[in-house]
Design a protein around this ligand. Structure first.
Ligand code: AMP
Ligand code: ZN
Length: 136
């Protein structure tokens, strides 16, 4: 369902124009207006879901299938050297638009972007405690 006050709903349904790379019944893929690199795109489901927690399982599976298709197209057409998939959930994680979207970020040698994190150095005991916390 479309949410009238959601900008990505309005873009996904075509009410607000966008640079569309692909569209089908379920999704629209658009160029990001503030691209990290050339070709930075967003996969938008047409039905509103605020984030991954709310996204129906079938849609989640379909998103990844489409991401693979788009990744191959970007590699072939843009000749990128790599590609990051990024998907933010919640403000703390950097989500600024509360409508699920998957970033496709083509990467080029020397593009100066840094989509990485500072690795921690947990002990085996600390890792085990986290494993238990999540699984038990
Ligand atoms: P996130 O921080 O994961 O919520 O990503 C939101 C992304 O949407 C950012 O990369 C923005 O540049 C992009 N964005 C915001 N508004 C628009 C818009 N109207 N059209 C295209 N991209 C947008
Ligand atoms: Zn929406």
């Amino acid at each position: 369902m479309k949410k009238d006050d959601c900008i990505f709903c309005r873009i996904a349904c075509g009410e607000i124009p966008s640079k569309t790379l692909y569209e089908d019944e379920q999704f629209r893929v658009i160029l990001d207006l503030g691209p990290a690199t050339k070709g930075h795109a967003l996969i938008l489901p047409k039905d509103h879901a605020a984030n991954l927690y709310e996204l129906p399982e079938e849609t989640a599976a379909a998103v990844m299938k489409l991401a693979k298709k788009m990744a191959l197209k970007m590699r072939d057409k843009l000749h990128c050297d790599g590609l990051n998939l990024v998907q933010n959930n919640g403000e703390t994680a950097g989500q600024t638009v509360p409508h699920f979207h998957l970033h496709l970020i083509p990467r080029y040698k020397g593009d100066g972007q840094n989509i990485n994190w500072v690795p921690g150095k947990p002990s085996q005991e600390e890792l085990e405690a986290v494993r238990k916390e999540i699984t038990e």
